[in-house]
Design a protein around this ligand. Structure first.
Ligand code: HEM
Length: 407
């Protein structure tokens, strides 16, 4: 038996135009949850639907991080590093991050974010672009929490470069070229930072995230060079500040849904889950099969690229009642099926969730929701349409708020 083939053949152009809906629409056209096609000229198997998600996360795929192999948890080694060493390094670096954001340490970060939000409403600005302002708040909070004593204007400069870049969970190959100068500045800042910490010329809290990344040694007792270590630190910073995207989606839901504000304050947990389900943050994730696997009755050879349709599954009518409606109450008393709600990948205690930032993300969203529920503001005329060809598909205006005040 063989898998059906996408009628468009190479899906690269269609995905660049509409990264969120192309895969589920193609699956409907071919009448199957698994089909073959091409991505960037390479043979690829595309998967959608809950059962395919379960197989993707449990059935012999070696997942790569969404920014491309070895970028997040990144300084894993060059082409001469064997797969086992890479896997060990990935796990060790993942453990470093997981430890840094363990519940008791996470609270300190959330406290700093809450303080930043409070300071913003006390400043009572006449107008803000919420998305940009949230990147600023998250950047300062994260750098301080990571143990850095910041120089004048340092957090602001870093934040401005992060603002011109999108969240971390995006396939690099599809990233916009325009973000390159900001990326270069960020990489050079982070490499210098690591160099200074190592040379003891930069004040840093011992055992904070920055210190830990700077003093990390590989399993083979090699210190990664400062550029690689800097990229690692930057990836963590980028991931945390990426949560600004969800803050923006939360404000968008309040602005565009009749009961948005009420749901946010009355059922905060359900509201957060519905934002993660409904809004277009990460369209899909990629992996390669580590051995021959059987998918929908067909043999897929080892080494084949596989793409899983996260957004399509979050909007699958077989799993969600009226999926196109934003309805937080659907999560009241619902036990979440990890293979049906896939905003940050899937997994459980046993398989391990591929996104170690999941709990931190929801905690930050709850903190934002509490702050936002206690505000008064006005909304000028603006374009709140979601930019569906962008990743993430933020509202075009970034959500402009005027006369922001604590109620
Ligand atoms: C906006 C919120 C976030 C979204 C949408 C998101 C999404 C994702 C996705 C889709 C993956 C890949 C899952 C897979 O391969 O199947 C991932 C992996 C990852 N995320 Fe997140 N994430 C978010 C927040 C965070 C935060 C706050 C952190 C860290 C503090 C983080 C750290 C990571 C890391 C390190 C990986 C790679 C794990 C590995 O390769 O073992 N993420 N994320």
């Amino acid at each position: 038996m063989s898998l059906p083939v996408s009628p468009q053949g190479d899906l690269t152009v269609a995905l660049a135009r509409d990264p969120y809906r192309t895969l589920s629409q193609t699956a409907l056209r071919v009448g199957a949850d698994a089909f073959r096609g091409k991505l960037l000229l390479s043979d690829t198997v595309f998967l959608t639907g809950r059962d395919m998600a379960e197989q993707f996360y449990t059935g012999g795929f070696a997942t790569v991080s969404p920014t491309g192999s070895g970028k997040i948890l990144g300084f894993i080694g060059g082409n001469d590093t064997d797969a086992e060493t890479q896997q060990t390094e990935r796990q060790r670096r993942r453990a470093l991050l997981t430890d840094a954001i363990a519940p008791e340490k996470r609270e300190a970060l959330i406290g700093r974010v809450e303080a930043g939000l409070k300071a913003l409403s006390e400043r009572a600005p006449n107008e803000i672009v919420l998305r940009d302002e949230m990147v600023r708040v998250l950047t300062r909070a994260t750098l301080e929490w990571a143990g850095l004593t910041l120089s004048e204007g340092e957090a602001e400069k870093v934040a401005e470069d992060l603002i011109t870049r999108s969240g971390h969970a995006i396939p690099t190959s599809l990233r916009k070229v325009g973000a390159a100068p900001s990326q270069q500045r960020l990489e050079s800042w982070a490499a210098t930072l690591i160099g200074e910490i190592r040379a003891n010329t930069r004040e840093v809290t011992r055992d904070g995230l920055a210190d830990q990344v700077a003093s990390y040694y590989t399993a083979e007792m090699l210190p990664p060079d400062r550029k690689e270590a800097g990229t690692e630190f930057l990836n963590h910073l980028n991931a945390i500040t990426g949560v600004a995207t969800y803050f923006t989606f939360m404000a968008h839901a309040c602005a565009t849904r009749e009961n948005g504000h009420r749901d946010m304050s009355e059922r905060p947990h359900s509201f957060v889950q519905e934002v993660r389900r409904y809004y277009p943050a990460v369209p899909f994730v990629r992996a390669r099969t580590s051995k021959d696997v059987e998918i929908a009755g067909a043999t897929v050879e080892a080494g084949t690229r596989v793409v899983l349709d996260l957004y399509g599954i979050n909007h699958d009518a077989r799993l969600w009642d009226h999926p196109a409606m934003f309805r937080p109450s659907r999560f009241d008393n619902l036990t979440i099926d990890p293979y049906a709600l896939l905003a940050q990948g899937a997994g459980d205690e046993v398989t391990g969730n591929p996104c170690p930032g999941l709990d931190l993300t929801t905690d930050l969203m709850l903190a934002f929701g509490e702050w936002f529920s206690g505000l008064t503001y006005e909304m000028p005329r603006q374009n709140l349409d979601l930019a569906m060809s962008e990743m993430p598909a933020l509202p075009k205006s970034g959500v402009v708020l005027q006369n922001l005040r604590a109620a």
